[in-house]
Design a protein around this ligand. Structure first.
Ligand code: LLP
Length: 420
């Protein structure tokens, strides 16, 4: 079931049992709010779709690395897909067990590889031959066998924004498909490596699940050739990427659609299936609440200037992404405007040419579907302290990350003697 935690009760927008205006009155704006129950229900939807098949769901930590969100997912049984030593530390801190952590990324450093080996993670998703050699030498030095999968670039076309398509031959990710077998043979001869699987991540915000099937159709013959060559694999990891609806009325894929595409191809095989979903788990659980500062009409356009900006939510500026904007208090007239933030860049917008409520200063609005790649991509650009994060569960809510203060803006900075 697709549960929607955001509903108007009376005229007020609620997340689960809490009015967003109540939170705004206490923590100020802007802030991110997340529905705990939505995150749980998305995890369970995904998990249930692969019931009866041995599988591991490794939440992509980059998508939302709030400790509370990670902990919530850890309690559901999620593993983690990490891309840095920092994410390893966060995942461990949230109680995600190391044997469910997979480590991706084209630029793992020696220190990060060492930390992951010390922690005994599930496996490294290796992205190049030089990385394979480095992992091997670190493993030998530590006298710890490193479990590895190769991230194979399947050269599969996916219909999504070009910045977030990753499985084409021209992308920097993974080992090129034609090289994969040779690299596996090399890896299998390295005594401190244990070859366990294969991984592919073809892109993000994927609404049509067929490319997953095409990926599998490319990977399985490779798995068979490797088995014949005496390199049997135990895991197959199809990455993340399952998309969500961002527009009202849009329908997103269900994990059962994904299961229908891939499970038949895996029948009779004992491979453990791994997924690295991120956006699917948290996007719809979150919103960014912001306050209207000014209204401005020009000969060309109407603008609504709000107190959230591209430093808080970068997706519109970076990918021209659509996020629905709605008022916390329903009703009244509407007009067409650009919703923009206070930052000194024309790219600083949250919505363009959008029908939105007729604003007046002080009105509260929510930028929807902001739980994924929202806070985690935020910055302090224009010396704007990062906003707080709030977790809502039923009628209860907690500030799970406090608003940064002006002191945070200069943390770690010192003035050299000559400048004092
Ligand atoms: N696994 C790997 C190896 C990845 O690179 C990613 C995302 C994921 C899993 C999770 O993908 P998801 O299930 O969330 O689609 N910042 C962009 C998206 C960048 C995706 C990066 N990789 C955005 O805001 O749309």
């Amino acid at each position: 079931m697709n549960f929607d935690p955001y509903r108007y009760r009376g005229r007020d927008l609620h997340v689960e049992g809490v009015a967003l205006k109540t939170i705004a009155a206490r923590v100020g704006t802007p802030f991110y709010a997340y529905s705990a129950e939505k995150i749980r229900s998305q995890f369970r939807r995904f998990d249930r779709a692969f019931d009866g098949r041995s599988h591991t769901i490794c939440f992509a930590v980059k998508v939302n690395s709030s400790l509370a969100v990670l902990r919530l997912l850890a309690l559901e049984g999620a593993g983690a897909d990490i891309v840095s030593g920092g994410e390893l530390a966060l995942a461990r801190r949230a109680g995600i067990s190391a044997d469910r952590i997979v480590f991706a990324g084209v630029g793992k450093t020696e220190a990060e590889i060492e930390a992951a080996l010390q922690a005994s993670i599930f496996m490294f998703n290796v992205e190049s031959e030089e990385e394979l050699e480095l992992i091997h030498s670190v493993a030998r030095r530590l006298r710890r066998t490193a479990p590895v999968a190769l991230r194979v670039n399947p050269d599969v076309e996916v219909d999504t924004h070009h910045h977030i398509a990753t499985g084409r031959a021209e992308n920097k990710f993974g080992v090129p498909f034609p090289r994969a077998e040779a690299v596996y043979r090399r890896a299998s001869r390295m005594p401190w490596l244990k070859v366990v699987g294969v991984q592919s991540h073809i892109g993000s915000q994927i609404l049509d699940v067929k490319p997953y099937r095409r990926t599998l159709e490319k990977l399985l013959p490779l798995v068979d050739r490797l088995a014949k060559a005496g390199i049997p694999l135990q895991t197959i990891n199809l990455g993340g990427g399952l998309g969500v609806p961002y527009r009202p009325g849009q329908k997103g894929p269900d994990p059962s659609d994904l299961a229908r595409e891939v499970l038949p191809l895996l029948e009779g095989r004992s491979l453990r299936l791994i997924f690295e979903p991120g956006r699917f788990m948290v996007a719809e659980a979150g919103c960014l609440v912001t306050k209207v500062l000014y209204r401005k009409e020009t000969a060309h356009k109407n603008f609504v200037i709000v107190d959230a900006a591209m430093n808080d939510l970068a997706r519109p500026a970076l990918y021209d992404a659509y996020h629905h904007v709605q008022a916390l208090r329903r009703g009244g007239r509407s007009w067409i405007a650009d919703v923009v933030g206070p930052i000194c860049e024309s790219a600083d917008y949250l919505a363009k040419g959008r029908r939105v409520p007729m604003p007046k200063a002080g009105d509260l609005w929510a930028v929807m579907t902001a739980g994924a790649y929202g806070y985690s991509m935020s910055s302090r650009y224009n010396a704007r302290p990062r906003v707080p994060e709030v977790l809502v569960d039923g009628k209860k809510w907690w500030v799970v990350r406090e608003r940064e203060t002006l002191r945070d803006l200069t943390r770690g900075e010192t003035l050299p003697e000559v400048l004092r």
